[in-house]
Design a protein around this ligand. Sequence first.
Ligand SMILES: [Zn+2]
Length: 473
Amino acid sequence: MKRYLLLSIVAVVIVSTFSYGTKTFAAFTDIGVTHRAKDEINYLATGLITRGESDNTFRPERQVTRAEAAAMIGRALQYNGAKRVTQFSDVGADNFASGYIQQAVENNILTGYSNDIFKPNQPVARGEMAIMIGRAFGYNPRTITIASEQLISMGIAQGLPDGTFGTANYIKRSDFAVFLSRSINPQMRMLGNEPDFNQTAYVTTNDLNVRTGPGTTYPVTGQLNLGNLVQKAFEIGEWAYISYNNQQGFIHTAYLSTSKPDVTSVLSQKTIIIDPGHGYPDPGAVAYGLLESDVVLDTSLRLKEYFKKTPINIKLTREIDKKVELSDRVKFAVENKGDIFISVHANSFNGSANGTETFYYSASATNPNVAQSKALSIYLQNRLLGALELRDRGVKKGNYHVLRENKMPSSLVELGFIDYKEDNAKLASPTWREKAARGLYLGILDYYYHYEGLQEVKPLYNEVGGKPSAKLH
Ligand SMILES: [Zn+2]
């Protein structure tokens, strides 16, 4: 009983691997979980390259006809398979593979026989298969011998036990599926047969899906963003096989370019003004031997490091322990043509208050950027809460000189309370200040991404292993 139960569980787990992503298809009834070619047959089925019979069988032992081979190769190459008139007297427009046969012949992948005969129902021999695949995937074989040697050297096919390729032997549907799937996906080839990723290309859009095969029915294994650099090995139809971050997969060639997209032009116009509060001889809040002026300067300098790796400009109103007048802070922001202004502070009360809060100025008479300032504050507060894990005191209206007198979207963040023990411990810690700086970085990106719709910032999240927040404003 126990053994039976265990076997059932194993069977369920294995069968469930036939469900790729959100798309599920019934495995062929005659391809069991132990079939030697099940992975390859299911891979082709996922890409709608093999369809099996109407009774949901695959008939793995049956020979492949020339028409079937043409259809499978044509689907792999994403041909339009619409039935049509062909140049062959024995392939009528009503033949299921007429469209694939005609296009494959026009593209010099298949050839007919003399007298306009194609022999669509003739079984395919292994040597013929090697030529077909070699031509279809651009290996350009001149002879059957070369074609078979190429497939062996690439880990796509193996010779027979007698040492020959079995050129004249007819090929079974299961073996054809193995060779075709390996031709498409190098990760299915025999070990040690990595393709040559010898072409550099750039991604030209955000949220580009990387898939396990050349088609949208294949599961997604990753995403790329505008400006990401990839290495390309080959193309199949409209899809490219690429390598990035030690991963491999297929992306659509419509979103690849050999020239670097102009991500930087928009971003390089942006200047962020960071305003570390106070400075000697004004330490701001002081408790447990910690000075607000030191905490906010260190956090701001760390934030600067994040933006130095991006095209966005960042300027600090002070980079040393020296007081700057409030009016000079605003003047600095305006003179440097800042796009946004963020004043960084730490709080104090009487030792009884704690948490993180962010302020914006809500009257439009002097600084008209009320909605922008509020949105900026929302995104900064959200990220600071995630970074510092302190109490959420919320986003609030505040009548501060550096917000009120400014001319750009402006926020004032209070990281935490320097005179509250738990907050103080984090503000005193370089590790937590680094987290706060990263939080401010992500909050700024979120504001640009969600409020300004600036798609170009999307790749900047990748730099720190982050991604956009939910839309919050
Ligand atoms: Zn302060």
